[in-house]
Design a protein around this ligand. Structure first.
Ligand SMILES: [Zn+2]
Length: 314
């Protein structure tokens, strides 16, 4: 089976992957939904899933309330198959950078221009949507084999929206990692979340992303449940995740530069831990858990500034 990056048609990749309904005249009143994939260029799964959804929408032509728009994130990085060019696009979507870009300045890193184009699309859709609900879903994957989960900012309406999905939901990462694309859209008052679907190149990741998109269209009140095999999508996601509980981030193990971090073997996302349990070493010193909870995003690569997070039930 082909990997996700082999399946991605890099030559013909454009910023706007699709819009539905295609003609503005065919639009009936309803919410707006912005789908984004490939904010990290080595994560083609979201783009593939968005392409599949638009292909099916154009073929089946279901009646849809509102409008759905799909965009590709870091286009240059996607074409090269790399995570980023100069800076992590999922860290530079800040209001400060927005301000600078709006004043006509272009910061001298590549991702500034990617963020600028995304920003302008959001602005245009905001104007179109007026006071209609504006939802978003940002699609990601992980380097290791991880069960799908949702990350959501500390916004009551986004948390409620995310909780409808049969996946574990983790809220509050923006306190530790600001400037992600989800964070930017949350600050703009939009309702949505980030979905991590699994390993970057695993074809299952694109299936999970696609299932989640269809479910979100129903949950947002844009599509009738009967228009899609909703229960199949629900089961697919439900079976893929170890838990459906909701969590909140309570701790981040920071690794500053020049420090040697090593996670103990055997931890995965949502592994249960006790207070005082040994988790890792930092420069040879043992690190134990400060609280009872679950491990989140344990770092088993050499690079990164977050060793692990601890989440507790929300
Ligand atoms: Zn990502």
């Amino acid at each position: 089976m082909e990997t996700n990056s082999e399946l991605l048609d890099k030559e013909n990749l454009t910023r706007v992957i699709g819009e539905y309904p295609t003609e503005p005249g065919n639009q009936s009143p309803g919410p707006y939904l912005l789908l984004s994939g490939g904010i990290h260029g080595n994560e083609p799964s979201g783009v593939l899933a968005i392409q599949r959804v638009f292909r099916k929408l154009r073929k089946v032509k279901p009646s849809l309330k509102g409008k759905i728009v799909g965009v590709a994130g870091n286009i240059v990085a996607l074409k090269k198959g790399v995570r980023l060019i100069d800076q992590d696009l999922n860290r530079v979507c800040t209001l400060a950078n927005e301000q600078q870009l709006k004043s006509g300045e272009l910061p001298d890193f590549h991702e500034a221009s990617e963020f600028r184009e995304l920003m302008l699309i959001i602005e245009k859709l905001e104007n179109e949507a007026h006071n209609r609900a504006f939802h978003f879903m940002d699609l990601h994957t992980t380097s290791s084999n991880t069960a799908p989960y949702i990350s959501v900012n500390c916004s009551e309406s986004s948390f409620d929206f995310a909780k409808q999905m049969p996946l574990p939901v983790v809220k509050g990462i923006e306190k530790y990692i600001p400037g992600h694309f989800d964070h930017y859209q949350t600050l703009k008052g939009h309702i949505g979340f980030t979905m991590e679907a699994g390993q970057h190149d695993d074809p299952k990741s694109a299936d999970y992303h696609e299932a989640a998109i269809w479910m979100v269209l129903v949950n947002a009140g844009m599509l009738e449940k009967s228009a899609i095999p909703y229960e199949d999508y629900y089961q697919l996601l439900d079976n893929a995740s170890p838990t459906n509980e909701n969590f909140e981030v309570i701790y981040r193990q920071e690794i500053s530069e020049d420090h040697y971090f090593r996670m103990d073997p055997g931890y995965a996302n949502f592994t249960k831990i006790n207070q005082g349990q040994r988790l890792a070493t930092l420069d040879g010193e043992t690190i134990v858990s400060r609280a009872q909870g679950r491990v989140f995003l344990p770092l088993y690569q050499t690079q990164g500034s977050d060793g692990f997070f601890i989440v507790k039930q929300a």
